[in-house]
Design a protein around this ligand. Structure first.
Ligand SMILES: [Zn+2]
Length: 166
């Protein structure tokens, strides 16, 4: 008898819609949904142990999205849960509004921290983006979703600098 381990099994859980936000590929404000993908060790095709978990949120319309940290995922999931509780009649409208206010405040604070972090990390890219042509920089700005925020900030700084020097 041979024991067959396999790593490919992926379990996808959709936690429903959380918030409305801008989608660059639709170029409009859209509803975003939360998804958790877990990879498992499998034994005879039966998932045994979670191997790795990825957190993702995506536009419900075009399915474009990006990865979230566990902390970001939890903040978004909190909002999705409040919406679900209200839809199920577990909480009143007043409770929903109070809970959503607190949840959105926490999310805003986290996003501000993330931006501050990216801003401080953008400095390491400044000497690199200075060597790029105007066309290369514009190409990056047109495909912002493909790059990290700290890199985008450095490109924006360089583009602004060139515009002012003309
Ligand atoms: Zn979209």
């Amino acid at each position: 008898m041979s024991i067959i381990f396999d790593f490919d099994y992926t379990n996808t859980t959709n936690y429903g819609t959380a918030q409305n936000q801008y989608c660059a590929s639709c170029n409009a404000i859209k509803t975003w949904e939360l998804i958790k993908k877990s990879k498992y060790f499998t034994l005879f095709s039966i998932p045994i142990l979670p191997q790795s978990t990825k957190y993702w949120h995506q536009c419900t319309e075009c399915k474009q999205g990006d990865f979230l940290s566990k902390k970001e995922f939890d903040a978004h999931k909190n909002i999705a849960d409040i919406n679900t509780d209200f839809a199920n009649g577990t909480i009143s409208l007043d409770e929903k509004e109070a809970q959503l206010n607190a949840a959105f405040l926490a999310l805003e604070k986290m996003n501000a921290e993330k931006k501050e972090q990216a801003l401080s990390e953008s400095y390491k890219w400044l000497s690199i983006v200075a060597l790029k042509t105007d066309a290369e920089l514009l190409a990056v700005l047109e495909k912002q979703n493909d790059y990290q925020l700290d890199f985008i900030i450095a490109v924006e700084v360089e583009v602004t600098k060139r515009r002012l020097n003309k």
